[in-house]
Design a protein around this ligand. Structure first.
Ligand code: AMP
Ligand code: MG
Length: 417
């Protein structure tokens, strides 16, 4: 154990000497690790929130037949052109029934919205514009040829693309898939992820902590963010025990694509994660970013391309690193179509001194002229999670400046939206 400690201390000293990287460098390093996890088929009923990996085509013309848009009668317009205003009702056709043919200009049928109009008929007049007596309909308007008919193929032709690939599947998309009989959908496969929190001081939320303990929240927070992307991550909490961490990380690296960790990456005596990761062959791609919160963020990958995102333990740091770095990585891997960050207008003046780049917690609101305003909320640093529910984004303030004026526009990274 002593030998281990001294190794750890050596490593820590080395790490301390190494220069922190910028937010942009960290972003580039992470986005250089985009992976394609492949595709799989899922039932359309299970596809909500997944990313579509194929175009959805119309299986036939839409609509597939001439379709009355009102309830009423259908006539041959040639009859009206000959001066006829009364038509003998030769049948009644409801939606879902086979089309009724009419061979005489003197006849009509009663027809309901959504029924399949026979091609012998080309004008539909609604009940409000006719009167019916003794099986004869009299029209009280001057109809136009083709009126009240939604023509076959008017919306889309067979094989037209209805939904393009690479977008999140919404309720509307599921409805379209159902309409064209696409009951299995090709979607992007999701990475297998384990969320690992650490810390001897952290206890389950189900128990009452002692005066020197805290309840674990990072794991479930990360897992809940992943759920928004339909990822069902496993959860694990590890004590700050070098051997245990090594054993469990070995297992996790073989079973999962991505390890999302929190805690144990700073300079503390029991912050074992960076050293253990490197010992297990996870190459460090960076450790520490010039940012607040989230400075001690560690990121690496092993030969099998397994990625380790090891965030510092403070809940605000976790939340920021997750939304600023992990979520864009995930969206890129899944091929999200629109992945550009939002911009918002700073609502008040703010000062922040380098050398760190500041991510302030803000509440985004749209003002009456449609501008996205970012109202900065005062907080007490990365351990102060008490404002995470009342805020909904981090605003990213550039490193080059120390004074940020009301009205200036900066990137924002939304969370509770
Ligand atoms: P660490 O990065 O391990 O030094 O952790 C820093 C601080 O983050 C701890 O002292 C806790 O206050 C907090 N923390 C660490 N892990 C968790 C967790 N799982 N849930 C909530 N807070 C945590
Ligand atoms: Mg810790």
């Amino acid at each position: 154990m002593l030998a281990q400690r001294s190794l750890i201390n050596q490593w820590q000293q080395l790490a301390a000497k190494m220069e922190m990287i910028s937010v942009q460098q960290a972003e580039e390093l992470i986005l250089s690790q985009i992976q394609d996890f492949g595709t799989e088929e899922v039932r359309y009923t299970d596809a909500l929130g997944r990313v579509l990996a194929e175009d959805i085509l119309a299986d036939r013309d839409l609509p597939p037949f001439e379709r009355p848009t009102v309830d009423g009668i259908a006539i041959r317009f040639s009859g009206y052109e000959k001066g006829l205003h009364t038509f003998k009702i030769s049948g009644v056709q409801s939606a879902g029934e086979a089309s009724i043919e009419v061979n005489s200009d003197h006849d009509c049928i009663e027809i309901m919205t959504g029924a399949a109009l026979h091609n012998s008929l080309n004008c539909v007049i609604r009940y409000e514009d006719i009167s019916i007596e003794n099986g004869v309909a009299t029209i009280n308007i001057n109809p136009k040829k083709g009126q009240n008919i939604h023509l076959k193929g008017k919306d889309k032709k067979a094989d037209d693309v209805l939904v393009t690939a690479n977008q999140v599947i919404t309720p509307a998309i599921i409805g379209i898939a159902a309409s064209v009989g696409k009951t299995n959908l090709l979607v992007k496969k999701l990475p297998k992820i384990i969320v690992i929190s650490t810390g001897d001081e952290m206890v389950s939320p189900d128990v009452i902590p002692s005066d020197f303990q805290l309840r674990q929240s990072n794991g479930i927070t990360i897992k809940s963010v992943l759920q928004k992307y339909q990822i069902k991550a496993d959860l694990l909490h590890l004590k700050d025990d070098y051997d245990l961490i090594k054993k469990e990380l070995t297992r996790c690296l073989s079973q999962y694509d991505v390890l999302l960790m929190s805690g144990g990456v700073s300079m503390g005596k029991f912050d074992f994660l960076p050293q253990v990761c490197e010992e297990l062959g996870v190459e460090k791609l960076f450790h520490k970013i010039k940012q607040r919160p989230g400075k001690p963020f560690w990121f690496g990958k092993n030969e099998a391309q397994k990625l380790v995102f090891a965030f510092p333990g403070n809940p605000v740091s976790v939340f920021m690193c997750l939304h600023r770095y992990f979520v864009p990585w995930l969206k890129n891997c899944l091929g999200f179509e629109s992945n550009t960050p939002l911009n918002a207008v700073l609502d008040s003046d703010l000062n922040f001194e380098p050398p760190l780049q500041y991510f302030a917690q803000v509440k985004l609101q749209v003002n009456s002229s449609g501008q996205l305003l970012a109202k900065v909320i005062d907080t007490n640093g990365s351990g102060d999670f008490s404002h995470l529910a009342e805020t909904n984004a981090f605003i990213e303030l550039p490193l080059e400046k120390t004074h940020f004026a009301k009205g200036e526009v900066y990137k924002v990274w939304p969370y509770n939206l």
